[in-house]
Design a protein around this ligand. Structure first.
Ligand code: SDX
Length: 431
């Protein structure tokens, strides 16, 4: 119960319903409508969840107007500058920054779970070698429950923790195997002496023919990108993981569902779509033509990497990635990379355009990330896979948080029915 209330009054009947106002530690209050249908036999209507909080959470806080993003209270700018992805994964899962011992133990646990069952590798022989890696990811991640059923009793907190560790550890190995299948090279097994992102780079780019040296710049750039992509509150893919998990589905199936949702170009698939768009625009001289298309309601073209449901200010992650982009390209002696130049000009022109200003459309996390991934030699088709690797830390954290809450129930939204009223069956010869 809350001492703050909201009263909903119906103009047709004059009936009023009192609803509790719930306040969090940060952000907007919420009107608790749990009892609304019971009291007034009406539903609320919010198809895109623009004004709807689907859960309580203590993991990530976003202030879209102020451009604020914090994981467990720590500003993303500080984590990007001072932390590592594996430490951020610990923070998201356990809620606190680890001590040196906790971090070392967590690293060892994750490292020792990086191998996948060898039979799982046979799945890849069933895919065409030009299969999109996200298609392979959805299939292979979902199949993990066929191998690791010794820890999928979701009512057992220890099983939930082991599954979370396995997912964080094995997703890069599966991702690298997807890439190797695409390029027709043998799978490279994890190397326990390497860090999380260094291991991924080696599993992707090493061959059995020679030693592979991890480039520390590439390792740090990827680690930073993974920190920035690790979690983002109740976005579409995280909400998918929560909804799938609310039915008691096993963790591997839930993360496969989240991976499928992330693939969409409106969500995690945007990083790949941005590069396609930049190549479609081709050069600065065509920017105005494409901006006009983006503003034309009847033209399906959208400025990929722009706009956000929550950020009505610059996405703080985009700011950090833009700087890293510049540093990586400069170090790779590619600072006049035409795509980066085009991206910066596009951002500059769009940032002065009335339409984008009025609709508060700013670059988001996906606008620059693809340029860095490409500079690191990652093919476009693997960009969303990179996003999925990083976001697995967030997905498993939300999945655990939901199941740790004894109040959790199966998610079962209602609807505003717009279909036909009751009517009788018409026999075929009478139609
Ligand atoms: C991610 O939710 C998260 O947190 C996601 C994410 C995470 O970390 O999990 O941040 C990662 O998904 C980032 C977003 C990546 N997607 C893209 O870059 C694709 C391009 N962006 C758009 O598709 C769109 O901006 C969304 C999907 C990101 C947001 O969609 P909304 O909030 O539903 O907004 P909308 O589609 O209702 O647009 C509002 C208006 C519309 O015009 P009107 O109908 O009001 O006239 O803005 C226009 C849109 O047409 N608009 C755009 C635009 N985005 C919105 N117009 C041109 N180009 C765009 N990119």
């Amino acid at each position: 119960m809350s001492d703050k209330k909201a009263t909903l009054t119906f103009s047709d009947t004059g009936k009023s319903v009192d609803l509790d106002i719930l306040s969090g530690t940060e952000g907007p209050d919420t009107v608790d409508i749990t009892s609304l249908y019971g009291q007034a036999k009406v539903f609320t209507y919010d198809p895109g969840f623009v004004s709807t909080a689907s859960c309580d959470s203590a993991i990530t806080y976003i202030d879209g107007n102020a451009g604020v993003l914090r994981y467990r209270g720590y500003p993303i700018e500080q984590l990007a500058a001072k932390s590592t992805f594996i430490e951020v994964a610990y923070l998201l899962v356990y809620g606190e920054l680890p001590t040196a011992v906790q971090l070392a133990d967590f690293k060892e646990i994750i490292t020792n779970h990086t191998m996948i069952n060898d039979s799982l590798l046979r799945f890849f022989q069933g895919f065409h070698n030009n299969a999109h890696p996200m298609a392979m990811m959805v299939g292979v991640v979902g199949s993990l429950s066929a191998f690791y059923h010794d820890s999928i009793d979701i009512s057992d907190p220890r099983h939930r923790e082991i599954s979370a560790h396995r997912l964080i550890a094995k997703i890069p190995t599966i991702a690298a195997a997807c890439y190797k299948h695409n390029v027709g090279e043998p799978v490279i097994y994890p190397k326990n002496s390497l860090n999380y992102t260094g291991n991924l780079l080696r599993m992707m780019f090493a061959t059995p023919c020679e030693e592979y040296e991890v480039d520390p710049l590439a390792e740090r750039a990827m680690d930073l990108l993974f920190i920035l992509h690790a979690d983002h509150e109740q976005n579409a893919s995280t909400s998918t993981v929560r909804l799938a998990g609310s039915s008691g589905a096993n963790p591997f199936a839930c993360i496969a569902a989240g991976t499928a949702s992330l693939w969409g170009p409106a969500h995690g698939g945007a990083n790949e779509a941005v590069l396609d768009m930049l190549e479609q625009i081709g050069g600065v001289k065509n920017i105005d033509t494409y901006l006009a298309k983006a503003k034309d309601k009847y033209d399906p073209f959208r400025l990929m990497g722009f706009g956000h449901r929550v950020y009505k200010n610059y996405d703080p992650r985009a700011k950090i990635i833009r700087e890293v982009c510049y540093q990586v390209l400069e170090k790779l002696a590619d600072s006049n990379n035409p795509l980066f130049e085009l991206a910066m000009r596009l951002e500059e022109i769009a940032s002065k355009d009335e339409y984008f200003l009025e609709k508060k459309l700013y670059p988001n996390v996906d606008f620059y990330s693809g340029i860095i991934y490409r500079a690191l030699g990652i093919p476009d088709s693997m960009f969303t896979v990179m996003f999925a690797i990083a976001r697995t830390a967030g997905w498993v954290s939300h999945w655990m948080e939901m199941l740790d809450d004894p109040r959790h129930r199966i998610g079962r939204p209602r609807q505003l029915y717009q279909g036909a009223g009751k009517r009788d069956y018409v026999p075929l010869d009478a139609r």
